[in-house]
Design a protein around this ligand. Sequence first.
Ligand SMILES: [Fe+2]
Length: 358
Amino acid sequence: MSTEFACDQETGLPVFQNEQCWYGRDLQQSPEWVYELSGREQLEVRDAVANAIERNVDLVSMTTADFALGSFGVRLVEIGREIKHGRGFALIRGLNTLGLTLQEQACAFRGIGAHFGEAVSQNAKGHVLGHVANLGLDYSDPTTRGYQTPAELRFHTDAADIVGLMCIQRARSGGLSRIASSTTVWNEAVRHRPDLAAELTKTYCFTRWGEERPGQRPFFQIPPFRQHRERMVAVFIAGAIEKAQALPGVAPLTRQQREAIALVNELAGDDEIRLDMEFRPGDMQFLLNHGILHARTAYEDFPEPDKRRHLLRLWLACPDGPALPDYMTTEFQGRTASGRPDGIHLPGVELKANLFPD
Ligand SMILES: [Fe+2]
C-alpha cells in the first residue's frame, strides 16, 4: 500500500496522495467497491446463520469462530483490508435472495461484521445492534440523535473504527446514502481555503448527547482533522459541535470555525467528490469512520408502521485497524481491551442486541 503525503509548499499543510483519496465521480463509473455474493457464498452465509441460531449464539459476544465461512471468509479478509487500509468502504450485496427472517438477517450481519471487528456499544443503553429508523422523536431535542429521525443527515463520522449498516426495509422515498473520502475533502480544503483547513486542525467541543459517563464532562474536545503518521484521521460531527454550543463551559464558535464546518459539508457533497449509494434490502455497507464521511438524504416512510425504513447498524472495533492519535481513546471514546475506540460504553451498562428498536 502506498501511503504518501507531501506538504503544500505555500501553507505547510499536508496533502495526501494515497488509496484513501478517491473521487466519487471515478468510483461511480467502476463500482469495484460492490461485492456481489456468488451463489456458493450465499449458501455459506445461510449455513453459518442456521448453525449459529441452532447453537443459540449470543449476538453480543459473537466472534468469527461462531460464524465460520469457507471461501467467503477468505474474501472477507480482503474486503476488511480494503475498508481498514484501502479506500475505506465496501458494499456487500446479494443476501436478499435467501429469504431470511429478521433474526436470520441480524445474525448474518453480525456474523459478517465479526470478521471485521468486535461489536461495541452505540449508545448509553448498551446497544451493539443498532436500529436506524424513524422513532418519532424530535430532532431539536438536545438528546435526540439523527439516526432516530427521518431528517436529512449532513456529512459526519460515527464513533468506533467501522460503522456497518444493513438494509432491512427501504423508505417510500428518499434515504439515499452519501459518502465521501475525508482525506479528499481535506486535500481540497487545503487547495481552496488553506486558512479554513488550518482551522479544522484545532480543537472543537462536541456534545456527548447526554450520554456521558459519571464524572465526565458533557462534551469532548478534539480536532476534526489531524494527521497521524502517514494518513489523515477525521472526526467530524457538525451536529454535535453545534449542539455543544448550548452547554456551559463551551466557548462560542468563531466565524472562521463556522465557515470551516460549512466548507467540509460543501466539499463532501460536491458532485465530483461524493459517492451516492441506493440501498437495496439485504445490502450491507461498511465504512471506516476515520477516513469516510457519511450523509443521508431526508426520507418519507410508508404510512404502515411495519413498512417503515429500517436499517440495522453495527459499530466495530478493529484490532488490525489503522494507527490512531491517543485522543481517540482518551478524550473521544474509551478503549477496548485490544486498545481500540470503544463507542459509547457506560460503566455497568450491560451490552444487548435487540431485534427491534426500544
Ligand atoms: Fe452516522
